[in-house]
Design a protein around this ligand. Structure first.
Ligand SMILES: [Zn+2]
Ligand SMILES: [Zn+2]
Length: 193
């Protein structure tokens, strides 16, 4: 569902934690959200409920399958070693910097801290009540995997060993899964163990 653009210009000085709070301040938008099927406000409260939601999420299913295939490809090229550990750590650091730049420059890059370019969905993410099922769309997960795979192929064409390229691809995919899991969990009512 597409929310009207004017709904994105809400009072940004506060966060609404649940649908009831949003109803009190922005009844029209709350009404729209209630009738919108993509947004689920009944968030998991237990680990089992969270696992059930994740297992049924296409972007999570794709990412774990892609990670499994990539790991198989990597292991077929030889045993893991210290170099692989270095690539894993380096890729994880790269992911964090990438996430920082994308979030600040693209998701909140305009003067009023809303998104620039085709990232309006992030503005919607911020006006939704805090507790909602927040999972990434499948095309985003596929797109990031294809981007990392393209980088791996390009590196190999410049002489990088295939094993190291596969380790990069696996590390990048695992980092993406980590991000999706943490962001999803942050918007549920599960507390840190
Ligand atoms: Zn944001
Ligand atoms: Zn969030």
């Amino acid at each position: 569902m597409e929310l009207a653009t004017e709904n994105l210009k809400l009072d940004k000085s506060r966060v609404f934690f649940n649908l009831k709070e949003l109803q009190q301040h922005h009844a029209g938008l709350a009404q729209q959200l209630q009738t919108a099927t993509p947004f689920v406000f009944q968030v998991p409260e237990t680990t089992e409920e969270a696992m059930t939601v994740l297992a049924a999420t296409p972007s999570i299913q794709f990412s774990f399958a892609a990670l499994a295939v990539t790991l198989c490809a990597r292991l077929a090229l030889g045993p893991l070693g210290v170099t692989d550990l270095g690539i894993l750590i380096g890729t994880k650091m790269f992911w964090e910097i990438q996430e920082w730049i994308v979030h600040t420059e693209l998701f909140h890059g305009s003067k009023d801290m809303t998104s620039i370019g085709p990232f309006e969905s992030h503005d919607r993410h911020h006006i939704l009540p805090y507790y909602h099922v927040s999972t990434e769309p499948l095309p985003l997960a596929v797109g990031f995997y294809l981007l990392a795979a393209t980088i791996a192929v390009a590196a190999m064409s410049f002489g990088a060993p295939a094993a190291q390229a596969m380790t990069w691809l696996g590390s990048y995919t695992a980092s993406g899964i980590g991000y999706m899991l943490l962001h999803f969990l942050a918007h549920t009512r599960l507390s840190c163990p």
